[in-house]
Write a new protein. Structure first.
Length: 381
């Protein structure tokens, strides 16, 4: 899965365009949003992420994504993303490949099956028009009371997590969508849901190296193209600031110490772990300053555009921040250029073939037959 660095030569965009290229906005509904279409057409938005509120069927999703893809100029497609992990985090239902929670998939003990599942899902997501899946989860499920990770993780053993997460990521990539591992440096042992509060982990560095960081090291070595940060305070690295907003974690640990050269994606900046204290706009500035390259603002389009204005204003008066924003925008564009030209505009016949693929249907039956555990709770989104 080795990929080239996501660093590229600057193309001379305006500061406003640079600021937009690092932002991925959540669409408000199932129809194309005029604000997002305009921002994409201006080259001032990096992409769009879709949730259940946006999706009524695979064909409707195909039409919606096609509208957003066509709005963007040039040879760099927008990032068109989704959280389709399996289990309770599945924005698209059947006929898109139904998968159990990743803990149960890994428990089958067959990395080839895990890779095949990722590839089948990747082909279907690509046929719908998605260019990135915010998966796999690289967190290690060591806390049975964790309210947000749990069975989304591939297990409680870092080696098992790494083996199956990387197999799934390789499958997604082979299927035609970019994977994004999450949530760096590890969300598996928290007692709080970062959607609702700010978790903190007090583990020492030795423990973090042995458990939390181990799957991320393997993902970096394998060339995963993108990693998403966690809105979690790691006291061993930075006792005051969550990882997403911490230069010590994002730049010092992930970029410099671990040598990650791919794109660093923030988790949603509207989550209470960061938004309650800093708000979306200040969080966006802090996340770029920390070393993130793509920022998710998953619900409020106006807040996303306000963040773009704030990033532009900061870059106009701060040379160091302007250089950091330029680097982030270059990495954003380079990530999206890993997809072949025209990849973001599949045709309807391809979609229908992918959804009716006999091999994918047989794979789903095989997984279901080998997995007898009950389903988890409904996905919140």
């Amino acid at each position: 899965m080795a990929l080239a660095s996501t660093r590229a030569a600057p193309a001379g965009p305006t500061l406003r365009e640079l600021a937009g290229q690092v932002l991925v906005a959540g669409a408000p509904g199932p129809e194309p949003d005029a604000r997002l279409l305009d921002a994409l057409a201006e080259g001032a938005l990096g992409g769009v992420v879709l949730f259940k509120r946006n999706l009524t069927s695979a064909e409707q999703a195909w039409a919606l994504l096609g509208a957003y893809a066509r709005a963007a100029p040039g040879d760099t497609p927008p990032l068109l993303a989704v959280d389709q992990e399996g289990g309770r985090v599945a924005r698209l239902g059947p006929p898109v490949l139904p998968l159990p929670p990743m803990r149960r998939l890994a428990a089958l003990g067959d990395t080839a099956l895990t890779r095949a599942a990722g590839a089948a899902l990747g082909r279907q997501l690509a046929a719908i028009g998605f260019t990135m899946d915010f998966a796999p989860v690289l967190d290690v499920d060591t806390n049975p009371d964790n309210p947000i990770i749990g069975d989304r993780a591939f297990g409680a053993d870092p080696q098992t997590v790494a083996a199956h997460a990387l197999a799934f990521a390789q499958g997604l990539l082979a299927g035609g969508v970019l994977p994004c591992g999450k949530h760096f440096p590890g969300h598996g042992d928290t007692h709080l849901d970062s959607h609702l509060a700010l978790p903190a982990l007090g583990h020492d560095r030795a423990r973090l190296d042995a458990i939390e960081l181990a799957p991320f090291r393997d993902a970096i070595a394998a060339g995963v193209p993108a990693l998403m940060t966690a809105h979690v305070v790691f006291e061993a690295f930075d006792p005051m600031v969550p990882a997403t907003l911490s230069r010590r974690v994002v730049t010092g640990l992930l970029r410099e110490e671990l040598g990650f050269e791919g794109a660093i994606v923030s988790d949603d900046l509207e989550m209470k772990a960061v938004c309650d204290r800093w708000g979306v706009v200040e969080s966006a500035v802090r996340a770029i300053d920390a070393g993130c390259d793509l920022l998710l603002v998953c619900s409020d389009v106006d807040a996303c555009l306000e963040a773009r204005d704030a990033l532009t204003a900061r870059a106009e008066r701060d040379g160091a921040f302007r250089r950091r924003l330029t680097d982030a925008a270059e990495r954003s564009r380079s990530l999206r250029r890993l997809l072949p030209p025209g990849r973001a505009a599949p045709d309807l016949a391809t979609l229908r073939r992918a959804l009716g693929d006999a091999q994918a249907n047989a794979l789903a039956e095989t997984i279901a037959a080998r997995d007898a555990a009950p389903e988890g709770p409904e996905d919140r989104a």
